[in-house]
Design a protein around this ligand. Structure first.
Ligand code: ARG
Length: 472
C-alpha cells in the first residue's frame, strides 16, 4: 500500500479531497485533542476490536479483514505500551492516530474498520468505557476510606470530645460518633456513584455520526462484548449526551465537599488551639522560614482542590448548555474537566485512605475540652424535666446556673447541691434536684445517656459500625 492512498496520513496536507488547503498551524493546534485524549488509547482499541468483530460476524467485512485488524491492533497496543507509538498532532486525536497507524500496518483492512462508524459514536463510547473503569477504581478507593473510618471509629467508640454547633462547644459526643458521620456521607457518595454508573453503562456505537447507519449492524452484540448493559436508545442522544460526565462531576463535587469538611476539621484539630490530634510527618510539611512549623498540607490542599472539582462541574454544565443536537465540536472540551475531576478524586481518596488510620488521637485533650463550656447544661435541663419541670422553665433555670458559674469562673459540677439549687432559682423546690444529678453532669454520663438509635453513646456507635461493616 502506498502512503498516497492513505488519506489519513495525508491529513497533514489537507483534510480530504474536498479541501483545497490544509489548516493553519495554529488551527491545527487549536482543534487537536491528541494532547489529552491519548488516555483513551486502550479503550479506543477495545471499542474498535468489538466493532470489527461485529462487522465480520455480520459479513460487512471479511474474516481476513478482521484478522488483519486484530493483528495490527495487537502491534499498536504493544507500541503504545512500550511508549514507542508516534502520536501526531497532524492526526488530531487518538482515534485518527490509531486508525492511520492501523492502515499503515495492514493496508485496506485498516481502511474498512470505520465502516458504519463515526468518531462521534466512537468518542462517546471511549468516554463511557474510560469513565466506567475510573468509576470502578474510585469505588474501590472509597470503600477503603470507609473501612478506615470504621476501624478508627471502633477504636474511639468511647473517646469523648466536645461536639460543636456554631463552632461553640455544644454537647459531649464520642469521637467514634463524629467519624461515623463522615462514614454516612461517604456511604451516600458510594451509592450515588453506583447509581450513575448503572445509568451510563450503555453503548453509543451504531449511532454513527448522528442518524445511525445503513449497514446491517448488531448493536447488542457490540454492547455485550464491551460489557455494556444495553444500547443507547436514540442515535442523536447517543452522540450528544454528556449527562454522565456531568453526573460524575456532581458526584465528585459532593464527595470533595465532604472531604473538605473533614479536612477543615483535621486542620482545626491539629492546631495547637485545639490540639486534639496529630498527623504523621509524612502527611505534613514544614516552612521554609519558620523552623518550628508542621503544616497539615494534605488536608489543606484537599480543601483547596474541592474548588477545582466544582469548576469541572460548572465547565461541563456550561459546555452542554444550549448545544443544539447532535454532536458539536464543543464536546471535545468535555475531556479535560472530566479527567481532572477523576484524577483529583482518585488521588484525594487514596491519600485519605492512607492517612485516616494514622490519625493520632489525643483523648485526654479532647475530653478536657468537652468538660469546658458547660457541655452538659442540656443534660441538667433534661434532668429537671424528668423531675416534673416544663422544658422551657428548665432551660431558663439552667441558664441562670450557667450565668452564675461564668461569674465564678467554675463548672456546674464545682457547685454543691445547695449552690446548684440556688443558682437554678430552685432553692424553694429541693425535690427537683437531688444528689443523683452530678453523675449526669459528667461528660461520660452525658454520652452514655444518649443510647437511642443514631445517638452518640458508645453502645450505639458500635452498633452503627456493625451495620456499616455489613453494608460494605
Ligand atoms: N476528538 C473529537 C472529540 O473529542 C472526536 C470526535 C470528532 N468528531 C467530529 N465530527 N469532528 O470530540
Amino acid at each position: 500500500m502506498s502512503s498516497s492512498k492513505n488519506s489519513l496520513a495525508n491529513k497533514a496536507q489537507a483534510w480530504s479531497a474536498r479541501f483545497a488547503e490544509p489548516v493553519t498551524e495554529l488551527v491545527q493546534r487549536y482543534t487537536a485533542s491528541i494532547g489529552f485524549d491519548q488516555r483513551f488509547a486502550l479503550v479506543d482499541i477495545a471499542g474498535s476490536l468489538a466493532h470489527a468483530q461485529m462487522l465480520a460476524n455480520q459479513k460487512i467485512i471479511s474474516n481476513q479483514d478482521l484478522a488483519d485488524i486484530q493483528g495490527g491492533m495487537a502491534q499498536i497496543l504493544a507500541e503504545i505500551e512500550a511508549g514507542q507509538f508516534n502520536w501526531q498532532l497532524a492526526l488530531e486525536d487518538v482515534h485518527l492516530n490509531i486508525e492511520a497507524r492501523l492502515t499503515e500496518l495492514v493496508g485496506d483492512a485498516g481502511k474498512r474498520l470505520h465502516t458504519g462508524r463515526s468518531r462521534n459514536d466512537q468518542v462517546a463510547t471511549d468516554l463511557r468505557l474510560w469513565l466506567r473503569a475510573s468509576v470502578d477504581e474510585i469505588a474501590t478507593s472509597l470503600k477503603t476510606l470507609r473501612t478506615a473510618l470504621l476501624d478508627l471509629a471502633e477504636k474511639h467508640a468511647g473517646t469523648i470530645m466536645p461536639g460543636h454547633t456554631h463552632l461553640q462547644v455544644a454537647q459531649p459526643i464520642t469521637f467514634g460518633h463524629h467519624l461515623m458521620a463522615y462514614f454516612e456521607m461517604f456511604s451516600r457518595d458510594a451509592s450515588r456513584l453506583s447509581d450513575l454508573r448503572a445509568r451510563f453503562n450503555r453503548l453509543p456505537l451504531g449511532a454513527a455520526a448522528l442518524a445511525g447507519t445503513s449497514y446491517p449492524i448488531d448493536r447488542e452484540q457490540v454492547a455485550q462484548a464491551l460489557g455494556f448493559d444495553g444500547i443507547c436508545n436514540n442515535s442523536l442522544d447517543a452522540v450528544s449526551d454528556r449527562d454522565f460526565a456531568i453526573e460524575f462531576c456532581a458526584f465528585a463535587s459532593i464527595l470533595m465537599m465532604h472531604v473538605s469538611r473533614l479536612s477543615e476539621e483535621l486542620v482545626l484539630w491539629l492546631s495547637p488551639r485545639f490540639g486534639f490530634i496529630d498527623l504523621p510527618d509524612r502527611f505534613c510539611t514544614g516552612s521554609s522560614i519558620m523552623p518550628q512549623k508542621k503544616n497539615p498540607d494534605v488536608p489543606e490542599l484537599a480543601r483547596g482542590k474541592t474548588g477545582r472539582v466544582y469548576g469541572d462541574l460548572i465547565s461541563l454544565l456550561t459546555l452542554m448548555k444550549s448545544q443544539p443536537l447532535a454532536y458539536n465540536k464543543d464536546n471535545q472540551e468535555d475531556k479535560e474537566p472530566l479527567f481532572d475531576a477523576v484524577d483529583t478524586v482518585q488521588d484525594t481518596l487514596r491519600i485519605f485512605a492512607d492517612m485516616v488510620p494514622h490519625i493520632e488521637v489525643k483523648a485526654a485533650v479532647m475530653k478536657a475540652a468537652a468538660e469546658e463550656g458547660f457541655a452538659t447544661a442540656t443534660d441538667l435541663a433534661d434532668y429537671l424535666v424528668k423531675k416534673g419541670l416544663a422544658f422551657r422553665d428548665a432551660h431558663e433555670a439552667v441558664a441562670h446556673a450557667v450565668k452564675a458559674c461564668v461569674g465564678r469562673n467554675c463548672m456546674l459540677t464545682d457547685l454543691s447541691l445547695a449552690e446548684l439549687r440556688f443558682a437554678c432559682g430552685l432553692d424553694n423546690r429541693p425535690e427537683l434536684l437531688g444528689d443523683d444529678v452530678f453523675a449526669l453532669l459528667t461528660v461520660d454520663g452525658s454520652v452514655q445517656s444518649r443510647a437511642h438509635a443514631g445517638g452518640t453513646a458508645p453502645s450505639q456507635v458500635l452498633a452503627a459500625i456493625k451495620q456499616g461493616r455489613i453494608s460494605l
